[in-house]
Design a protein around this ligand. Structure first.
Ligand code: NAP
Length: 322
């Protein structure tokens, strides 16, 4: 099969499009023929060796895709060849990926592979932060950093669907309109404006109830300053560098909390995972959740997709087509 393969750590230049042995089934797995593969910012960490999961060379990047089940291990009974599925699992930048059956989501008939590929990581991450880590309710004010990105634009819509008021941040003015279109009442260019001051102004000095932060260093401590009493900051990434250290005693004054989130661990909790899958598919069916596709590339051009997501110019999800 054709795949993107890398044998040393580094940037986009380490990825090579070439022949690679097709994976063989193991117990409790299925083989998926990938139709659409989604790019995640975490993929850029993976090829640098700084992601939670470390590569074993030669390795294949990628952590989600949508496609059709090609083969099923004899001990897997609830999935069949021909089923349309999406999944979270490593090694998706390839024509075929072997995946644990428990990581597979069967797709609604009316969901395109393009939309489905964008759901497992970005949409479920956004949903869990708003509804598993937090109890987001009507009237809450939610701040979403990097709101035009894959997770960001999903979070804006899911927060709106929960009845929250959304403040998005972006690093350039040309992303403002798209974030507004997906439901944010306020969008702050956090390169040209102090987002904490702006949030205090917008909330008339009260602050925001929830901050979803995958930027890290430039936003973490400043974010705590604009949290309302009893507010909550979920840290789920560090695109802008490792956040400053924080003493827990600094949380006491406003009774605020900081938590972390990684979507990969949620698969161990079947009921919580299934609740999220049902909820996001329902929102999609109701037309309240859709992931805009910023650009599609042939799989062979994965390096160009990485350069685009790292450039901070991308909007929504980037896709690779095998
Ligand atoms: N913990 C989890 O389970 C989990 C799951 C998925 C994603 N994530 C994290 O969530 C974030 C978003 O992921 P995504 O795949 O949806 O990517 P994305 O948001 O589509 O693209 C990354 C965005 O990060 C922002 N960014 C801020 N500082 C940056 C910097 N110094 N360099 C490059 N980009 C910077 C940029 O938006 P602005 O310039 O407009 O801010 C950029 O568009 C990433 O940090 C990722 O690691 C975590």
């Amino acid at each position: 099969m054709k795949a993107i393969v890398f044998e040393r750590l580094g940037g986009p230049e380490v990825m090579e499009y070439r022949e690679f042995p097709r994976p063989e089934l193991r117990p409790a797995t299925v083989l998926v023929r990938n139709h659409v593969i989604a790019v995640n910012y975490g993929d850029t960490f993976f090829i640098r060796g700084t992601y939670l999961v470390k590569p074993v060379f030669p390795d294949i990047p990628g952590m989600e895709a949508a496609g059709v089940i090609e083969e099923v291990a004899p001990d897997v009974h609830d999935l069949k060849p021909g089923m349309r599925v999406a999944y979270i699992g490593m090694g998706s930048y390839a024509e075929f990926t072997r995946i644990r059956a428990s990581r597979v989501m069967v797709l609604p008939d009316d969901m395109s592979f393009e939309q489905a590929a964008a759901f497992p990581v970005a949409v479920l991450t956004a949903w869990h932060m708003l509804h598993t880590c937090n109890d987001t309710r009507p009237g809450n004010v939610v701040m979403v950093h990097s709101a035009a990105g894959g997770v960001g634009i999903a979070a804006v819509q899911i927060a709106r669907a929960a009845g929250a008021q959304v403040i998005g941040t972006v690093s350039s003015d040309d992303k403002i309109e798209v974030v507004r279109r997906f439901g944010a009442e306020h969008v702050i260019n956090y390169e040209t404006h102090d987002f904490a001051q702006e949030a205090m102004r917008i909330t008339q000095g009260r602050g925001v109830d929830l901050i979803l932060d995958a930027v890290g260093k430039p936003t973490f401590l400043k974010g705590l300053r604009c949290l309302a009493p009893l507010g909550h900051l979920v840290l789920f990434g560090r695109a802008g560098g490792l956040p400053e250290r924080l003493s827990p005693t600094e949380l006491l004054g406003k009774s605020i909390k900081v938590s972390g989130f990684a979507v990969t661990m949620i698969y161990a909790f079947h009921d919580i995972h299934q609740r999220a899958v049902n909820a996001v598919f329902q929102l999609a069916r109701e037309g309240r959740l859709t992931v805009p596709i910023g650009a599609s590339f042939p799989l062979a051009q994965a390096a160009a997709a990485h350069r685009l997501i790292q450039s901070r110019r991308s909007v929504g999800k980037l896709l690779l087509i095998p």
